[in-house]
Design a protein around this ligand. Sequence first.
Ligand SMILES: [Zn+2]
Length: 352
Amino acid sequence: MNCIIYTKPYTLLDLKSWKTVSAPLLNNASEKNQTATVNNTMSCNSSGCQSNCHKSDDQLSGSPPPPLPPLAAANNSNNLCLKCKTNSPITPGSLSGDEARFCADCFRSNIYGKFRLAVTSHAMISPSDNVLVAFSGGPSSRVALQFVHGLQDRAQKNFEASKDKSLAVFGVGVAFIDESAAYPVSSDKVDGAIQDIRSVVSNLAPPTKQLHVFPIENIYATDSSDGKDRLTKLLDAVNDATGKEDLLLHLRMLALQKVASQNGYNRLVLGSCASRIACHVLAATVKGQGYSLSADIQYVDARWEIPVVLPLHDCTSQELNLLCHLDGFVIQTFSYFIQDSLLCFNFFAIDV
Ligand SMILES: [Zn+2]
């Protein structure tokens, strides 16, 4: 008897269930022939199998396994960074992907290179701009803020080095949307989180960056207590969790737009990364929002009054988390938690 694992579309079936399901599916000769072909080329990968089908052709014939490609072999033997071939990889053997192959310096420059390429190739920031960075304190927006600061710092040094002082330096502000009115959180925690965020922003100077702390209920009114009541009533009117997520997401974007327009900013930077965008593609597809999907995943979304730009569009959340770990960035777990837990599948969440 031969063991068969039929790939698509039966990948998730085990052998037992495959047999019962496959019988009515193999009604014609061509399908049976296809199965026969698969039977000759695939194995069950089971060590308990008596048919030797788990062994590769090389194992059966007794010949040695094929040699590794030269690059992989060299990297394996020397255990060095794939790029500079000098330093040790960050955590060899414990991770997969780029972060397992690069040293810390090369990894850092690789992520920053993705950011810079997105900024320059999509004209996200020009010298005359005034940029507002949405900052939740989470890893993605923390990296976005750090990188935008790096660009500004470099522009400032170029300005100081130029003789005629003709090179303008773009302005940077930071916005934190206080969403505690929508969650049962103690005021002490909120105050502590805001204090930490102030500390992070003040340390990213010079150039000095203004921090805007905007309670989300202020989107309705300047009177905070009245705004809280209205926000609570609005959220209570929505019964399903998905609808509530979408509503809060929209309110947050409105709050960011309000901060930007009231303070003279002409660009809004979000820390949304490739992982967040992938989540959004899945969620929006399931919700039937395919009509706006192509516009949602742009690098620059000009549908808003203040255009929204995503310079971390090509970075994964794993990369950004590791970068925060390497550089010792303090992650504000309070704000990160409430936004990540409730808005875990939303694209325009400030953070991932
Ligand atoms: Zn390296």
